[in-house]
Design a protein around this ligand. Sequence first.
Ligand code: ATP
Length: 316
Amino acid sequence: MTAKEPIIRLYHVTKQYGDQKAVDDLNLSIYPGEIFGLLGPNGAGKSTTILMLLGLSEPTDGKVSVCGLDSVRQSIEVKRKVGYLPDDVGFYEDRTGFENLMYTARLNRLSEFEARARAEKWLSRVGLSDARDKPVGAYSRGMRQRLGLADVLMKEPEVMILDEPTLGLDPEGMRQLLDLIRALSRERQMTVLLSSHHLHQVQSICDRVGLFVKGKLVGLGGISELSRELFGEESIRIESTVEPADEAMLEAVRSIGGVIRAEASDGGFVIDAERDVAADVARLVVERGAKLHELKRKTFGLDEIYHRYFEGRGSA
Ligand SMILES: Nc1ncnc2c1ncn2[C@@H]1O[C@H](COP(=O)(O)OP(=O)(O)OP(=O)(O)O)[C@@H](O)[C@H]1O
């Protein structure tokens, strides 16, 4: 774990609506420059968590801080440092992209000079320079999302919070937007928190993810850590194609230290191990004069992690 101080910290945070706990004793720290993905089924508490971070909803219990500021007591300062892109951004449809950004700049009390400079800069960075004078009503969904990003960037925030940023985008639009988010985060060392149902996309850009279910964080970490946590001893699976893949070879593979099980499959072996035994398998096969056609380590993707977690729990 990094030695840096967290930029976002939720400490024993609970949000209660009547009898229901939308967020239940949540502890979470996010570090400067991280891209963090909030994942979970509908009603898991993701939006409630985001609203509390922004100081737009007060926790029933616990403490929320962003950029060292208390989200309840210093909510105005928090809003200055945090850019928020809701899942459906409201723009003035009959005004141009440029005019919409200038409007945001005025709300943020930027000088006319600074406002123009930033609007030009961010329109260009999100690839909308050519469309700057078109009314937003004529923008595609992908263009609106990119304008939304430019809008958030007008105040040059330390933290960006994006609620389902890829909703309604086609695969290419999604990829472009996510690439842009990642590039911006890396260029500016900006912390990004995003919520999404698109597991593959989250996997491709997030440094860490948190899995939410019924207001609780049930998994937290990088994809490989999560996979270890949820899949336990089976987290490392090696798939090999060997010739000959006979019984004697299988027995030899099973005797490698750390191998939990090994089974014959499609001209080779599927091996579950406590550690990465790929090099040992390769050595063994070669020493026995057999041919090794393929040897790959299978990692579990977020989809598998997610489905495995929710399987049988009736929450997804
Ligand atoms: N203002 C509110 N009043 C009462 N209940 C609420 C309120 N806001 C949220 N809830 C409830 O709290 C729970 C968590 O909702 P939340 O919107 O945070 O979930 P979510 O993970 O963002 O879901 P989604 O992916 O559908 O947006 C839900 O059961 C929801 O019905």
